[in-house]
Design a protein around this ligand. Structure first.
Ligand SMILES: Nc1ncnc2c1ncn2[C@@H]1O[C@H](COP(=O)(O)OP(=O)(O)OP(=O)(O)O)[C@@H](O)[C@H]1O
Ligand SMILES: [Zn+2]
Length: 491
């Protein structure tokens, strides 16, 4: 079905580029996954909604997709630029719990959010601690030419690779956040690829290596997991925009070293051809951040009564390269938009269910369907312009006089790429129903049934009294609402 070439913004060149797969007909994508020392916040989840839309777009365009997302359960320090403590060790010490338990708990919490947001399962979740022997092998192969050992670990010498930091466009020596705290580092930007456990200390997670007992560096992990599973070079590497500054330049430096040493001298030599970054979800006070302690979890949105796909809709309304400001009003608007789409979609599928097929030429119907889908394809092919793509979906659903089969088929393709699940959601799933509410749905429905009877009998006094009783319990009855929200629960 592919007609429009797929253009993606490559952070390496800061330009839109046409997607040209390394392996014909395939797309291999690696996404930097969460560090599982805490719950993901909805900002983190924006990164995975973006990667999911990318993956769905590639599949929709006919590429055989292999998507890998990692789980970082060791090695990510509290400062991306190679200083501070391991985030996992720190949390384990604070909680007096085993790291393994912490990792399991937060990985599961992350997977629950992935599911709730209708993010597809990748081909593989790579767990960092399962790749440690491969990380040691990778480090061994580049150590002689590109690394040097200090008391605290094995360091990567960034001056040994061409054009270090080109992704960040940062000055190597004085780039942001390059804190040179380690005595003996040759360049301020050099980073540990293996961190030795200091003498007399014991880490919960440590392994033997040629450079002593210790743990791998975070940057090494992603180079190894992506290269091992997808092979260098693969097509696309994604992550949040913060990774453009330190984590990904360091991955690229390692990939260059590895590819040169191992005779994989690929043209761009960065490990991946295209590096893509989503912008931040922000709050009025600034970037939403796990490390700052307070943050919004998807579960809080659900507890307040919002369906999680309303948050997915909120993400899709903005381009992934733009900042998106979170607000409850914005979430409410996204929910209403989702509900409108659902109702419009339902009308078409009901028409089909009633068997009202359009007589006539099936070739003509195929042509109409393809023309509708082509408009949508043009939107997503323009660097994943989901905002335009949603408009095309809405306009398709609002068509009049077009054969229902054409609209329903075209809309189901579009919905699949957007991942809004219009075909399965029920109108009642989208009701605002805060967890704190004490009244049950059955109780609400019972009162509404009484009220319906009263109204049928033109007993408006009783009808109003029942309505007021519900209002006192936070239930807003919405008579005659075109969206069909018969009732909703407030906070
Ligand atoms: N506010 C945000 N909006 C969008 N993406 C974000 C935001 N914060 C982090 N990310 C992205 O989420 C993904 C997971 O990040 P990770 O689990 O490592 O979070 P973190 O860096 O520990 O958290 P934080 O930066 O919030 O302290 C990364 O791709 C990261 O770039
Ligand atoms: Zn990574």
């Amino acid at each position: 079905m592919t007609t429009t070439p797929l253009k993606l913004f490559n952070s390496l060149t800061r330009q839109l580029e046409e997607f040209q797969p390394v392996h014909p007909g395939e797309a291999r994508v690696y996404t930097c996954g969460p560090t599982v020392y805490n719950y993901p916040h909805i900002g983190n989840m924006r990164a995975y909604v973006f990667a999911d839309v990318l993956g769905r777009t590639l599949s929709f365009k006919g590429y055989k997709l292999t998507h890998v997302i990692n789980i970082t359960d060791v090695g990510h320090l509290t400062d991306d630029a190679d200083a501070g403590e391991d985030k996992m060790e720190k949390m384990a010490a604070e909680r007096a719990q085993s790291i393994w338990d912490i990792a399991r708990h937060y990985t599961e919490a992350y997977w629950a959010d992935v599911k709730a947001l209708n993010i597809r399962q990748p081909a593989q979740w790579t767990i960092a601690t399962e790749f440690v022997p491969a990380m040691i092998d990778f480090a061994k192969s580049i150590a002689e030419k590109h690394c040097y050992e200090l008391d605290s670990g094995l360091y990567f010498d960034v001056s040994t690779v061409a054009d270090y930091g080109r992704l960040a466009r940062a000055v190597t020596e004085e780039g942001e956040g390059r804190i040179d705290e380690v005595e003996g580092k040759r360049n301020a930007a050099d980073f540990a690829i293996w961190r030795k456990t200091p003498p007399g200390e014991k880490r919960q997670m440590e392994w033997d290596s040629p450079w002593g007992r210790g743990a791998p560096g975070w940057h090494l992990e992603c180079s190894v997991m992506s290269g091992q599973v997808l092979g260098f070079p693969f097509d696309i590497h994604t992550g949040g925009i913060d990774h453009r500054e330190i984590h990904h330049p360091n991955e690229i430096a390692q990939n260059q070293a590895f590819c040169c040493t191992n005779g994989l001298n690929v043209p761009a030599n960065s490990g991946a051809n295209i590096w893509m970054h989503n912008n931040f979800l922000v709050e009025r006070t600034g970037k939403m951040s796990k490390s700052s302690g307070e943050f919004l979890r998807l579960q809080l949105l659900i507890d307040k009564g919002y369906h999680p796909l309303a948050y997915r809709m909120m993400c899709l309304q903005a381009h992934y390269r733009s900042e998106l400001e979170f607000s409850w009003e914005g979430l409410q608007a996204a929910l209403v938009r989702l509900k409108r789409m659902l109702m419009a979609h339902r009308k078409w599928t009901d028409t089909l269910k009633e068997g009202r097929m359009t007589p006539g030429d099936s070739r003509e119907r195929e042509r109409v369907t393809n023309a509708l889908v082509a408009r949508f394809e043009a939107a997503v092919s323009a660097d994943l312009n989901t905002a335009d793509a949603l408009t095309v979906l809405e306009e398709t659903l609002a068509l009049k006089g077009t054969a229902p089969e054409c609209v329903a088929t075209a809309a189901s393709h579009m919905d699949w790429v957007m991942g809004l699940n219009l075909g399965h959601l029920q109108r009642t799933d989208l009701r605002l129903r805060p967890k704190a509410a004490t009244i049950t749905e059955a109780e609400i429905e019972a009162v509404l049934a009484q009220r319906k009877e009263a109204r049928a009998a033109k007993d408006f006094a009783t009808s109003d009294r029942l309505r007021d009783e519900l209002a006192a319990q936070g239930v807003e009855v919405m008579d005659g609402d075109p969206l069909g929200w018969d009732w909703k629960l407030g906070d």
